[in-house]
Design a protein around this ligand. Structure first.
Ligand SMILES: [Zn+2]
Length: 400
């Protein structure tokens, strides 16, 4: 019934993500959508792709494209987080608007070429995506920060303008250590009134908790070095992240980026807030040598955890498949099928919750976007399949 308007591909494995991998499977698609899939008897018009696994395209929940011209991360692996922030501030101050524009374009191309179809980008407006030529969908979160009132007002204004210009956009109050509680409340209220999502770096390092709960530690030193007097703003309270999670309760979609330092009580609280998604950036987490990420505790409590690359300031590339491979090798305590969901279906669901116009993507199922990739495999069992996925590169499937 579809023959005139559709194509069929057959492969050693189809990995729908939304349910179990299918050996010797096939997928029919047309007009940009998956029409049907199956196993066994292959439709006569199928194109046989051979020893590959077909997967949905990837969804990267967190990056900063403006740093995409960096050839290598800022600082050496294991650098203290506060020293890294000081170096990044210097990098940002020296970038011209033209250089930033080129960097954003280069990063977006890197995302698309490495298999990403949908991504969340943290932008420092003014920032344009007008020259993007691929079908990559970007949700652009305007970064708003400033412990000093004047700086905050200026960033809040341009951030609000950014939301007016870009239909797929939200706000990013940068982190609890770079915005005052009062200003943060204002940003949350504004995003809530616009029905837009928020993305915020939270609980990235133990030093952040010390600043927020005690008003002391290496973060105080870092902030004072860049001319900010901390005693006006810190500490927040004995349980700062409980407070923050409560504050975010009025929003319908929130991405808390990193969450490396969330503790059990906070994870239990996150589990009660289904509108909050935690974004884990595995290779960036590893770059800073942070203690083991509590991803499995979060998942066992029912918290939605998804993957991001973060930027080239803390990661050698923006290839989300490399995050998948890293986890399949280094974190075998995480279920392999769950790792694939963290890079596809789960972030897509959170993003589509904020912007239904994106349409279903991140899985191979009827009605989902027919945007696919493939990885070489000769596996005859699911264990072998996941081993091959951990070893081999992801390639975009081009069928036109
Ligand atoms: Zn980030």
């Amino acid at each position: 019934m579809f023959q005139n308007h559709s194509r069929v591909i057959r492969a050693k494995w189809i990995v729908p993500v939304i349910n179990s991998p299918i050996e010797n499977g096939w997928v029919r698609f047309g007009e940009g959508k998956i029409l049907e899939l199956g196993s066994g008897d292959v439709p006569r018009d199928a194109i046989d792709l051979g020893d590959v696994a077909i997967l949905p395209r990837l969804v990267n929940a967190h990056t900063h494209l403006e740093f995409s011209d960096l050839e290598r991360p800022v600082g050496a692996p294991g650098i203290a987080f506060t020293d890294w922030i000081k170096l990044v501030i210097k990098t940002r101050l020296t970038a011209s608007p033209e250089a930033k524009g080129r960097s954003v374009l280069r990063g977006a191309e890197e995302l698309w070429e490495s298999g990403t179809v949908l991504a969340g980008d943290i932008a420092t407006p003014p920032q344009s995506y007008a020259r993007l030529s691929s079908e990559l969908d970007l949700i652009s979160f305007a970064e708003v920060l400033g412990l000093q009132d004047e700086r905050f007002r200026e960033r809040f204004e341009v951030g609000s303008e950014h939301c007016e210009v870009h239909p797929l956009s939200g706000l990013s109050p940068h982190a609890p250590y770079s915005i005052s509680l009062g200003s943060l409340e204002q940003v949350i209220q504004h995003a809530s009134s616009l029905h837009r999502p928020i993305a915020m770096h939270v609980a990235e390092s133990p030093e952040e908790r010390e600043l927020l709960s005690c008003g002391s530690g290496q973060m105080v030193e870092m902030l004072e070095t860049i001319g900010i007097s901390t005693h006006r703003h810190f500490p927040w309270s004995a349980n700062p992240f409980d407070q923050l999670i409560q504050m975010l309760g009025t929003l319908s979609t929130v991405f808390l980026v990193h969450g490396n330092d969330f503790q059990r009580r906070e994870i239990e609280q996150l589990a009660e807030h289904k509108h909050i998604t935690v974004v884990y950036c595995p290779r960036t987490h590893s770059f800073f040598n942070f203690p083991k990420h509590p991803v499995t505790e979060m998942q066992s409590h029912g918290v939605r955890v998804v993957l991001g690359t973060d930027s080239r300031a803390s990661n050698p590339d923006l290839n989300l498949w490399n995050e998948v491979r890293f986890l399949l090798c280094e974190r075998q305590d995480i279920d392999a099928s769950q790792v694939l969901k963290m890079a596809t279906l789960l972030p897509a669901e959170a993003m589509v919750n904020a912007f239904p116009q994106i349409g279903p993507c991140g899985a191979i199922a009827r009605g989902y976007r027919a945007s696919l990739g493939m990885v070489s495999t000769t596996a005859t069992t699911q264990d072998q399949l996941y081993r091959d996925l951990s070893l081999n590169e992801y390639r975009n499937l081009k069928y036109d």
